[in-house]
Design a protein around this ligand. Structure first.
Ligand SMILES: [Fe+2]
Ligand SMILES: [Fe+2]
Length: 312
């Protein structure tokens, strides 16, 4: 298909709100946007394993340990689905991984904050995975087929993650005064960073409009953030805790939830590499990559042997 016919076909797919598949012609900018978004998303999943993996050995019971291990493993799986989806756009996984460990690729800034107490496992599950679900459910209808299909499975697992986080907080909140305070402190720490996971405000989000025109993004950052606040307001009451924001209110006119100001300078700073754990997270990823080299080599040698056997 030449570019003119390809573009016409692509435009028709967009107009019909239909799916683009790897074999289809697509504009270079659409391909680049998707590779950037999907690989950043994949990086976030695997870097996001770290703050929680740090607590596996310190989980307060065998049951909690088993659940947390399963959750961290799920995040590795999410990374794999997403790297695979990004590869269908023609960028090899090695290249994406190189960009991550060289510090050239971005991932969600929230994973550069430390998890300082067991209650953070609850707050991360409840708020961070909760924000991820809000963001990702609409991506199940994203125009690029492999991405949308990966998101369906990921979202199912994310809702389990959110429930396990909620349950950790609920148990602490119903425990001793010290435990309840621990839960509240964790919610206080993760609240603002989780709101910032939706990205900058709409008037400072230059790529959003194009992503919406391409049916990748379905709702604006502020719209999703507002929905998330509404969900959390209801759930925090069940938890018997509070959100550290006295400006939350439901605007009857706009029918939207509003919240207090967020520190976008901090957000940009953390994104630029100056958060409390950026260096530690990348260092850990680099050493995990080096430690895993023999596994990749062995797997490649095994695959080559299998292929040779089939060819013979
Ligand atoms: Fe995930
Ligand atoms: Fe998750």
């Amino acid at each position: 298909m030449d570019d003119t016919a390809g573009q016409a076909n692509f435009d028709a797919l967009m107009a019909a709100d239909s799916r683009v598949e790897p074999r289809d012609w697509m504009p270079e900018a659409y391909r680049r946007t998707l590779v950037r978004q999907i690989s950043q998303h994949a990086h976030s999943e695997i870097i996001g394993m770290q703050p929680e993996a740090n607590w596996i050995t310190r989980a307060p019971s065998l049951r909690r340990k088993a659940i947390l291990m399963a959750k961290v493993q799920d995040e590795a799986g999410h990374g794999l689905y997403l790297y695979s989806a990004a590869e269908t756009l023609g960028t090899p996984r090695d290249e994406m991984m190189e960009a991550l460990i060289a510090g050239k690729a971005r991932y969600s800034s929230i994973f550069n904050y430390p998890a300082v107490s067991w209650a953070d496992m609850g707050a991360i599950g409840w708020l961070v995975d909760g924000a991820a679900i809000c963001n990702q459910v609409p991506l199940c209808r994203a125009s690029y087929g492999p991405y949308a299909r990966a998101m369906v499975r990921i979202c199912k697992e994310e809702s389990f993650h959110q429930r396990q986080g909620f349950e950790i907080l609920l148990e602490l909140s119903r425990g001793s005064a010290v435990q309840k305070q621990m839960a509240q402190d964790a919610v206080n720490r993760w609240y603002a960073p989780s709101l910032m996971m939706f990205g900058p405000p709409d008037d400072d989000s230059p790529n959003s409009l194009q992503s919406m025109a391409w049916n990748i993004k379905r709702f604006s950052n502020d719209e999703l953030r507002s929905r998330f606040v509404g969900m959390m307001v209801e759930q925090v009451e069940v938890l018997g805790l509070t959100l550290p924001d006295d400006q939350i209110r439901f605007n009857e006119e706009t029918k939207k939830w509003e919240h207090g100001p967020l520190d976008w300078n901090e957000f940009k700073d953390v994104l630029a590499g100056h958060g409390p754990c950026n260096a530690q997270r990348l260092e850990r990823r680099r050493s995990a990559h080096d430690d895993g080299a023999w596994v990749r080599e062995a797997a490649a040698a095994y695959a080559a042997k299998q292929q040779a056997a089939v060819a013979a």
